[in-house]
Design a protein around this ligand. Structure first.
Ligand code: ADE
Ligand code: ZN
Length: 338
């Protein structure tokens, strides 16, 4: 029998909660700095940008790294490296958040700022498809604690570009839930749905279960984190009955201080209750894990058996926004992985 690590690598998996900017390794940041800075960052200097002590510190670090992505070619390099990292772990499909809200903010809301960057991202995506058979969708992420008009700009850009670029699959909201919930975005979510976009949302990461209810109430189809659902039995029943896909990120939650340890994360309890849970890495360069690492930790810290890991892989495909024939093909491959 194969080792558990090699079984995990060979299991076809989808990554559904991954921020492009959070996947940039310090070494790539050094490369980017060599392009732009008179005195480029050293590796230890780059590594300090990724340090933080709590959730607010993490959001600041994320912003500092994102600010170092300047040209379309920078975005292309970051996306290509991310795709290579994913393919090496046996990830076959990813739905990746781009912090479009941050891109606009750093560029003074210049309406012409985004398209060239998106062209760079698409070059990387197409290269991944051609060279590695890798499948990738983009999710345009707005920052919830910025003014609502900034999210409007992000979501409307997604709707405008989607007809020519079906790789833009949906929208999402990241940032600080403690400052802004979901209700202010109700009309924008309805508008995005009308435009054919799929609706994701970070909810219940640093906030009580009411935040998850609020996210569902505005039409969010998938919930990112959902750590606090464990506190609300009726919400758990609802999530189970509706089979709402949950994008869980255990190592992220441990590293930002939301959860005391991987072993204590509600992943195992959600899974045993029959919720549609998926494992994800969120911002792997900041948290020192990746998707294969999360599967391995589920095995070592929460005793997920091979068959249970296989179920997590099935869930990741089921919860993806892939068309049904592609889901069916990947599910068949998951069954035959030894
Ligand atoms: N942006 C990137 N990662 C995030 C997270 N875990 N929560 C909120 N916003 C984010
Ligand atoms: Zn996230």
């Amino acid at each position: 029998m194969s080792t558990i690590a090699s079984f995990i690598r060979r299991l076809p998996k989808a990554e559904l909660h991954l921020h492009l900017e959070g996947a940039i390794l310090p070494a790539t940041l050094v490369e980017l700095s060599q392009r732009h800075d008179a005195r480029p960052l050293t590796l230890p200097e780059a590594e300090t940008l990724f340090r933080f002590h709590d959730f607010s510190g993490f959001l600041d670090a994320f912003k500092a790294v994102t600010a170092r992505l300047i040209t379309p070619e920078d975005y292309e390099l970051a996306a290509w490296r991310m795709i290579q990292q994913l393919a090496a772990q046996g990830v076959v499909h990813a739905e990746v958040y781009i912090s479009v809200g941050v891109i606009y903010r750093w560029r003074d809301h210049d309406p012409a700022a985004f398209e060239p960057i998106f062209a760079g991202l698409e070059r990387a995506r197409l290269r991944g498809q051609a060279e590695l058979g890798f499948s990738l969708y983009w999710i345009f992420d707005a920052v919830r604690h910025f003014p609502v008009e900034e999210a409007e700009r992000v979501f409307r850009k997604a709707a405008e570009l989607r007809p020519a670029h079906p790789s833009i699959i949906g929208i999402g909201l990241g940032g600080d839930e403690r400052r802004t919930g979901s209700e202010p975005f109700r009309a924008l979510y309805a508008e995005a749905r009308q435009a054919g976009l799929r609706l994701t949302n970070h909810a219940g990461e640093t906030t009580p279960p009411a935040a998850i209810r609020e996210a569902l109430a505005i039409g969010s189809e998938r919930i990112g984190h959902a750590v606090s659902a464990i506190q609300d039995f009726h919400l758990l029943q609802d999530l189970k009955e509706r089979q709402v896909p949950l994008e869980l990120n255990p190592t992220s939650n441990v590293r930002t201080g939301v959860c005391p340890s991987f072993a204590a994360h509600p992943l195992r309890r959600y899974f045993d209750l029959g919720l549609l849970v998926t494992l994800n890495s969120d911002d792997p360069a900041f948290f020192g894990s990746d998707l294969a690492g999360e599967y391995l930790l589920a095995h070592t810290q929460q005793a997920f058996s091979r068959e249970e890991l296989r179920q997590l892989a099935r869930n990741s495909i089921r919860a993806s926004f892939l068309p049904t024939p592609e889901k069916t093909a990947w599910l068949a491959q998951i069954e035959t992985t030894k």
